[in-house]
Design a protein around this ligand. Structure first.
Ligand code: RNT
Ligand code: ZN
Length: 418
């Protein structure tokens, strides 16, 4: 059978359960997913020489990591070619690009320091998302930034946040696509604090001061990302789930951002997505793979990933959920890591779009739970691979694992010479 024939056969099988695979493919092509620049250089950035801090860690020392803006862009370009679908670029403030001999601190960064990224994004028809960088910097005082009791420190980081709002608006204006600006800090304590509310009150005030910077709410979408704990900050996190969710709920235009690595191991974000959608017009996600903790392994096409995508699709929320990848594996080829993760999320979305959601909901509402189980198990072995292959073909990318040949060649010709 040719690929075309296999797709036609699959299409028929899906049609029999009420799924239009052509429509699924067409829909997926229009859904932007944000690709994080930081997988390419182990979250290092270009504005400092110090270590990665903030309670996050990259592990591994696979050779060939990008160390300059040119290398990072070149590597990302390579990865982009291997991914089907619509992409957005996700940048951190630490990826500012300075002229030879120029340097400004994070409270003084300006749109011009990101002009090269704008050029990169525009050439590839991508919007841009942005993240102030509240870590890996000598002004992180005693592990604290926006929640610091030291007013000078706190002021510095507030100014950084405000500078990032201005840069986010510039991205949106340049690309014509709204910019999601995510606030995450690793602020917290290794051991039992004596004051849990004080840091949170300061954090609250700091975010309010950042959001007081004037901006167009249609262009900039500020988010607050929660976390349960980080390495070295195991006992207390200022930006906990309750804190960030309450902040977003009480500040118009501010979105909650859930990173599925930031919860206790038996909690699942797939169940939290519909809960938040009952209250928030829009929400944001960081999609990762936590292995026992917030380990930021490469996203795979696994059960929870599929379930998260299903919750977005079956609740008709593709236009309400901003999706971004967030992981960093330094132990394998970084271009491959980018590619596998992006393709996995694409597969999860396509799989969700090829699920007979209406029929399944009906079974649930009619309390036909036995049949619901039978159906849900049955569709698991439908010929999804044939639909994926057709999607990749239409997007002009290789469907099977042979895309890796190009990565191997690139590794030999480019990465190994660094
Ligand atoms: C850290 C958060 C945060 C970072 C990026 C680099 O635990 O997930 O989103 O991963 O900002
Ligand atoms: Zn995250």
């Amino acid at each position: 059978m040719t690929q075309k024939e296999r797709y036609e056969a699959a299409k028929e099988m899906y049609a029999a359960v009420g799924v239009d695979t052509d429509a699924a493919i067409a829909a997926l092509k229009e859904i932007p997913v944000s690709l994080h620049c930081w997988q390419g250089d182990d979250v290092t950035g270009f504005d400092h020489d110090g270590p990665l801090t903030g309670g996050i860690q990259t592990t591994g020392d696979y050779p060939g990591k990008a160390t300059t803006p040119e290398q990072l862009m070149q590597d990302m370009e390579m990865a982009l070619k291997l991914m089907p679908g619509k992409k957005k670029l996700n940048l951190h403030a630490s990826y500012a690009i300075f002229e030879e001999g120029e340097y400004v601190d994070r409270d003084k960064i300006e749109p011009k320091h990101f002009a090269k990224w704008v050029e990169f994004a525009k050439e590839r028809n991508m919007g841009i998302d942005f993240n102030p960088t509240f870590f890996s910097h000598d002004k992180v005082k005693d592990g604290l930034t926006l929640s610091s009791p030291d007013e000078e420190t706190r002021k510095f980081w507030i100014e950084h946040g405000r500078a990032c709002i201005r840069i986010s608006e510039y991205f949106a204006k340049e690309t014509g696509v709204p910019c999601v600006m995510n606030i995450w800090t690793g602020d917290g304590y290794k051991d039992i604090p004596a004051d849990r509310m004080g840091p949170r009150m300061r954090y609250k005030d700091s975010i309010e001061q950042i959001l007081a910077e004037p901006f167009d709410k249609n262009l900039v979408k500020p988010c607050v990302e929660s976390k349960v704990f980080g390495i070295g900050v195991e006992s207390y996190t200022a930006g906990s789930a309750e804190f960030t969710l309450s902040f977003a709920a009480t500040h118009e235009g501010c979105l909650p951002l859930m990173d599925n690595g930031h919860y206790h191991p038996t909690e699942v974000v797939s169940d939290k997505i519909p809960a938040l959608l009952c209250f928030f017009p829009e929400i944001a996600l960081h999609i990762t793979r936590p292995v026992r903790w917030d380990s930021d392994h490469v996203v795979l096409f696994d059960d929870e990933t599929k379930e998260m995508a299903k919750e977005i699709v079956r609740n008709d929320a593709l236009g309400r959920v901003y999706m971004a990848l967030d992981y960093f594996d330094a132990g394998i080829n970084r271009i491959s890591a980018w590619t596998v993760g992006f393709r996995s999320w694409q597969k999860a979305l396509l799989n969700a779009l090829c699920t007979p959601n209406k029929e399944l909901k009906k079974l649930q509402d009619e309390n036909r739970m036995t049949e619901l189980m039978v159906w849900q198990e049955d569709i698991k072995t439908f010929p999804f691979g044939d639909v994926w292959e057709e999607y990749c073909r239409q997007c002009g990318v290789i469907a099977d694992k042979s895309w890796f040949d190009a990565v191997r060649t690139y590794e030999e010709e480019v990465l190994s010479k660094r």
